[in-house]
Ligand binder design. Structure first.
Ligand code: KIV
Length: 273
């Protein structure tokens, strides 16, 4: 019997995700970067947690995803893993840890798997990263692709606007999606592309597509937790549905606490020993 016997549940695997696509059940994915939120999301029934390199923005306050390091991603991912029981955890390979060559890509993926206990890695790009995808998959590590708006290339794009509106870029994306599937990816994120293109790509693949700003026809959806919970208020793209206004709720709660402390209303008689 496993040491986690009291926690036994049907865990989400890459096979679960393929099956969900096959039967038309949509896949829910959200980012998380720490133990406490990962535990909440797992309890809420999320299928996949992405330890995104968006941690660079929302956790560290950087403008782009480029500065975050492999060690920092490993810290976030190992915290997330301690909070989950059922869901599948994918970790972003950060910028600069896989682009140089496939050996380096494999070494980075192995560090993530060994030091965090995560279930898969994600990397950005198509044809350019194919050799790395194949090498990582050959080592037994599940890989998720990421096409469309790939934030690690923001300085090449120059803007966070919708990608693949032009036919040439759309054609490359169609081709890249196929190549990633053939190279062994178990799924692919499609970020900020037209819904009709995402529909076509989703229908052309047997592996699931997970959309962010890619419309309703993807096999699943992913949102950054800080955006969907309303912790960020300044980021309001059309694709974002904000389910809570935590910014207001948290600042309200903390203002009340500050006022109670100043007014000597906290702690009360009952809140002391
Ligand atoms: O890092 C991230 O949060 C991501 C999602 C936007 C898909 O890659």
């Amino acid at each position: 019997m496993s040491v986690h016997a009291n926690k036994e549940v049907k865990k989400v695997t890459t096979h679960t995700l393929q099956r969900m696509k096959a039967v038309g059940e949509k896949i829910s994915m959200i980012t998380a970067y720490d133990f406490s939120f990962a535990r909440l999301f797992d309890e809420a029934g999320i299928d996949v947690i992405l330890v995104g390199d968006s941690a660079s923005n929302v956790m560290a306050g950087h403008e782009t995803t480029l500065p975050i390091t492999l060690d920092q991603m490993i810290y976030h991912a190992s915290s997330v893993i301690r909070g989950i029981n059922r869901c599948f955890v994918v970790v972003d390979l950060p910028f600069g840890t896989y682009q140089a060559n496939s050996k380096e890509a494999l070494a980075s993926a192995i560090r993530i798997m060994k030091e965090t206990g995560a279930h898969a890695v994600k990397l950005e790009g198509g044809e350019e990263v194919l050799e790395s995808v194949k090498r990582i998959v050959a080592a037994g590590i599940p890989v998720m692709g990421h096409l469309g708006l790939t934030p690690q290339s923001i300085y090449k794009f120059g803007t966070y606007t919708v990608r693949a509106k032009e036919e040439a870029e759309a054609n490359k994306l169609r081709q890249d999606a196929k190549l990633l599937q053939e190279a062994g990816c178990f799924g692919v994120v499609l970020e900020k592309i037209p819904a009709v293109l995402a529909k076509e790509v989703s229908e052309s693949l047997v592996i699931p597509t997970i959309g962010i700003g890619a419309g309703m026809y993807c096999d699943g959806q992913v949102l950054v937790m800080h955006d969907m919970l309303g912790i960020n208020t300044e980021f309001k793209p059309r694709f974002l549905r904000q389910y809570l206004n935590l910014h207001e709720q948290i600042t309200g709660a903390v203002k009340n606490y500050v006022n109670d402390v100043k007014a000597k209303k906290f702690p009360s008689d009952k809140e002391q020993y």
